[in-house]
Design a protein around this ligand. Structure first.
Ligand SMILES: [Zn+2]
Length: 477
């Protein structure tokens, strides 16, 4: 109790007594530079995990699907096909080619994974537990043949016009060791390197994986003559586990147990603190939950992958979301690039902030009622005292309903709040989406209304209508 009281007192003092003045949201928003090559806040990230159609019966086609969701960035694609990569480049997409510890042997098109592989003490090739039976043997980062194979994929991708790379299982052989799945690697190259250092082969795996990624990035950049972004699959958006921090940004799954706005906010805020960016992928049978996750991820300053061609586990079919279910949200993002890019995290409030302990009226945004469960993410242009401030509102209820909020004028602008505009996504109309795509004019993809408000001291009170697409953006001037 006492501990909580102190913490709350600290929060309160922070907001009320900073330099003897009221701290504004432009002051709490900190300037941030996205890591090189990371998606912008307004990018629409789309993954066709393979080039589609994959075979004669495959009804999906990568580029028409990407266009259907207004994609701008193609992530995590397993391909070595130069025609596919060139096409992505010519259509203006940034394309990330996927790399893994199990890349097949050369030449491209080979389906064997036998050369330059990790071996255990008994001299056998190894794989991860979930890959048993796939003949998917893991490559050794110290083996020149595997290094050569890996860089051949990098070279082919760059020469065809790929923008960067996504590395899955980036801990390489060290992952097998760390999880005690295998005691590795006893290939001749690992043995020799370990001997020269006077240690055992498993002892060199962590450092070797780090050196391997450094070397691949250096070689890629020397070849391309530019910075080449490498992201990795940092499961759940984690940055602590080796070797995630070595990568420019993360593209990772969020498991269902983490599918909530509090988790997204904490994770994405931490990524920004570390100078990283985060793309999340989430798929679920409940479309409305996926929609809420898309909205909340953007509201926090992350990028949610379009839920298309997503592995669902448990022997289920891959998930392919439909444009009518998700395109309105992504078109809304394209329409609102000016309210996303350049804006940084300034404040987060939920309708569960407890007014019994905190004077929530001091907050930039607060709620009259303690209830489940509305989330407000305030984003501002750092130190720009005149630019509009945006407040992303996410209704996390299964059944949405109207609600009211309060803005503390003194947290926004010296001269108070003049107007508040509510922007919301628009229901799906294929013709309108086609027209927006063709003209790059997305103005019809957003509904706008001016909200009237009442004043009560420093507070203004607003009634927010039901947010049919879970998401509303207030533009506060
Ligand atoms: Zn080895």
């Amino acid at each position: 109790m006492i501990k909580n009281g102190c913490l709350l007192l600290l929060v309160f003092s922070f907001f009320s007594c900073h330099s003897g003045k009221i701290l504004t949201v432009q002051q709490t928003a900190k300037p941030a530079v996205l890591p090189g090559g990371a998606p912008r806040y307004s990018d629409v990230c789309f993954s066709s995990r393979w080039e589609r159609p994959r075979h004669a019966q495959d009804t999906f086609e990568t580029f028409s699907a990407a266009a259907g969701f207004h994609a701008t960035y193609l992530n995590w694609v397993y391909t070595t096909n130069p025609r596919f990569i060139q096409k992505a480049d010519s259509l203006g997409y940034k394309l990330q080619v996927a790399l893994t510890p199990t890349l097949p042997d050369l030449p491209f098109g080979s389906e064997t994974n036998l050369q330059g592989r990790i071996v255990n003490k008994a001299g056998n090739s190894v794989t991860a537990p979930w890959m048993k039976g796939w003949d998917n043997w893991w490559g050794c980062v110290n083996h020149p043949v595997f290094q050569n194979t890996y860089f051949a994929y990098v070279r082919a991708a760059l020469e065809a016009g790929a923008y960067g790379f996504q590395v899955d299982d980036p801990a390489m052989g060290f992952l097998l060791l760390r999880n005690k799945w295998e005691d590795v690697c006893y290939c001749e190259h690992c043995r020799r390197k370990a001997d020269s250092l006077g240690v055992q082969p498993p002892d060199i795996q962590e450092a070797s994986a780090r050196e391997f990624h450094q070397k691949m990035k250096q070689q890629a950049e020397a070849l391309a003559g530019r910075p080449v972004p490498f992201s990795c699959n940092n499961f759940e958006g984690d940055w602590e586990l080796f070797p995630f921090d070595q990568f420019d940004f993360g593209v990772a799954e969020v498991p269902e147990r983490r599918a909530n706005p509090e988790y997204l906010y904490a994770t994405i805020r931490e990524a920004r603190r570390l100078g990283k960016a985060q793309v999340f992928t989430f798929a679920n049978d409940r479309d409305w939950l996926v929609q809420k996750m898309i909205a909340a991820t953007y509201a926090c300053g992350g990028n949610p992958l379009v839920p298309w061609d997503v592995w669902m586990g448990g022997g289920r079919d891959r998930y392919f979301g439909k444009p009518e279910t998700y395109a309105p949200l992504y078109a809304f993002v394209r329409a609102n690039a000016q309210w996303l890019d350049g804006y940084e995290d300034a404040f987060y409030a939920t309708s569960q902030d407890d007014p019994r302990f905190i004077n929530t009226q001091q907050f930039p945004v607060s709620f009259d009622e303690y209830r489940r469960q509305v989330h407000a993410f305030v984003r501002a242009k750092p130190d720009d005292t005149t630019a509009p401030v945006v407040v992303h509102l996410i209704d996390w209820h299964v059944l949405m309903e109207p609600f009211s909020i309060r803005l503390n004028e003194r947290r926004f602008f010296k001269k108070g709040i003049r107007s508040v505009e509510l922007l919301t996504p628009v229901d799906y109309d294929p013709g309108a989406h086609e027209a927006a795509r063709a003209s790059s004019d997305y103005s019809a993809m957003v509904a706008s209304q001016s909200l009237s408000f009442t004043r009560d001291g420093d507070l203004i009170r607003l009634k927010i209508p039901k947010l049919n697409w879970h998401w509303g953006v207030l533009v506060v001037r």
